[in-house]
Design a protein around this ligand. Structure first.
Ligand code: SF4
Length: 169
């Protein structure tokens, strides 16, 4: 599990995460190969038709143009698979973007917590932790094997350039 930047209390109060503007976009939660296989087999979780081809959690339209992850419990605002949620969900509000042939660690400023702290020492320390983690040989291999995680996100703030997983042998 990735150490979290956003305090749990802030996360539960905010009703921004896990909701999307469309059914499918770069923001749809992507799954690593092993997460996809594991989620498809795991008993006791809500039945969700994982898109094997696209490696994403399909986002249903729940009416009124609201697109919500099927794993989100709207009553308590908690993820039903929180303890084992996908890598990409653990990363958020940080995102790994592939743009202009660069792999970038970025943040989504729609997250009010990270937007407020983006100039703090706490943020700088966390970026250092995350950069070291993502640049480790083990994580570079994960990214190399799962290019679906690298999306060309728009309207994010670039924080630091990461090592390119395509360059590892
Ligand atoms: S899997 Fe959980 S954390 Fe990820 S988008 Fe869905 S509800 Fe949110």
């Amino acid at each position: 599990m990735i150490k979290q930047f956003v305090a749990e209390s802030a996360c539960l109060e905010c009703r921004g995460c896990c909701r999307f503007q469309k059914q499918e976009s770069a923001w749809s939660p992507c799954l690593l190969e092993e997460e996809m296989l594991e989620l498809a087999d795991r008993p006791g979780i809500p039945a969700v038709n994982i898109s094997i081809e696209k490696k994403i959690i399909p986002i249903p339209d729940i009416g009124n143009k609201s697109f919500v992850c099927p794993f989100l419990n709207l009553e308590d605002n908690k993820c039903k698979i929180y303890a084992t949620r996908p890598f990409e969900c653990q990363l958020y509000p940080f995102l790994i973007a592939f743009r202009d042939k660069k792999i970038l660690l970025t943040i989504d400023l729609n997250c009010p917590y990270v937007a407020e702290k983006a100039n703090s020492q706490e943020f700088k320390d966390y970026v250092q932790y995350l950069t070291d983690f993502l640049n480790s040989p083990q994580q570079l291999k994960v990214l190399k094997d799962n290019p679906q995680i690298l999306q060309a996100y728009e309207e994010v703030l670039d924080v630091v350039e990461l090592q390119d997983p395509h360059e590892i042998k």
